[in-house]
Design a protein around this ligand. Structure first.
Ligand SMILES: C[S@@+](CC[C@H](N)C(=O)[O-])C[C@H]1O[C@@H](n2cnc3c(N)ncnc32)[C@H](O)[C@@H]1O
Length: 294
């Protein structure tokens, strides 16, 4: 069924689940997102939780990013996916090799010259664990925790000059490993991910947003970007799932194009604190949309 799963399921579970119970006892902390991620949903969580369907079977999150909603929910059956192969590798390493990952992360230094040395490494030349460690290190020490790649797909965010970034949060990584046990993690395009969704499953879509204006901040997650044509295709997928009885929620900007595209669904306006200017300190409340088919 998951053709792409074979392509992308690159991790082998080398550690197993033996550690799980031990961590549960030792670690009474609640797992939270272990990456900074542009467009992260942490400050919209209460709105999202208030708008959840009453019950559902599987939880699907096909645009995973930092996974703020997954970490907040206590769903029993979860399918998480993102098209970013490097990002998905991190989740799989946390799931299966967290101790080795922590060991690797401890080797990093928050120094400019060192940052650029690590940034220059090619992910394909590294082991899965080194690759995940590089990703987390860059995420914690780069400018604003951005993930941006150039036209050749090479990560190109400059050094962030933070005083004391927490590169390795052992406790949260271990708690996240526990939370990720028995979760299906896929590297896939969103439409492939939700192909398996059935009646009474719930899908939360958090795609790259449609820009509100030509000058608004646009974060390029993928080398090909997410175009208006992609937003239209996503709406088709949303409608197809609706016909099949799948409960869906979608976040997007309040661009008039999006309001019109989803006009037959329930649209709730919510306020999110976002960077509204290229200067990171300038935050403001921005209207966003929460769209549901139930
Ligand atoms: C707005 S972010 C998700 C943020 C996430 N909800 C959080 O709390 O951090 C959008 C994500 O969609 C992924 N993405 C972009 N195009 C995609 C596609 N066609 N299929 C699947 N994932 C895609 C990006 O890699 C990015 O991680």
């Amino acid at each position: 069924m998951y053709r792409f799963y074979l392509q992308c399921d690159i991790m082998i579970n080398t550690v197993g689940l033996a550690f799980k119970e031990e961590y549960k006892e030792e670690n009474n902390i609640k797992a939270r997102p272990f990456l900074k991620w542009a467009g992260g949903k942490r400050q919209l969580l209460s709105e999202i939780i208030n708008s959840l369907p009453e019950d559902f079977n599987y939880y699907f999150e096909p645009f995973l990013g930092g996974g703020a909603v997954f970490f907040a929910l206590g769903a029993k059956k979860n399918i998480l996916a993102d098209s970013n192969e490097d990002l998905i590798n991190v989740y799989k390493v946390v799931q299966n090799n967290v101790e080795n990952l922590i060991h690797e992360l401890k080797k990093h230094k928050n120094e400019k010259e060192y940052y650029y040395e690590i940034r220059d490494l090619k992910p394909g030349d590294l082991s899965y664990i080194e690759r995940a460690s590089r990703f987390i290190f860059l995420n914690k020490t780069c400018y604003n925790g951005l993930y941006r790649v150039n036209s050749r797909g090479i990560f190109n965010v400059p050094f962030g000059s933070y005083k004391n970034p927490q590169i390795c949060d052992n406790e949260n990584l271990r708690a996240s490993a526990v939370k990720l046990q028995n979760v299906e993690i896929l590297c896939a395009q969103y439409d492939e991910t939700v192909r398996a969704a059935k009646k009474n499953d719930f899908v939360y879509f958090d795609p790259p947003y449609e820009p509100v204006s030509a000058s608004s901040n646009f974060v390029q997650y993928e080398k090909n970007g997410f175009t208006r044509k992609d937003q239209i295709r996503l709406h088709e997928t949303f409608s197809m799932l609706t016909k099949n009885g799948v409960k869906c929620m979608l976040s997007n900007s309040s661009a008039p194009f999006i309001k019109k595209l989803y006009k037959e669904y329930n649209i709730k306006k919510v306020q999110a604190a976002r960077f509204i200017n290229s200067a990171a300190e300038k935050r403001g409340k921005i209207e966003e949309l929460l769209i549901t088919n139930y």
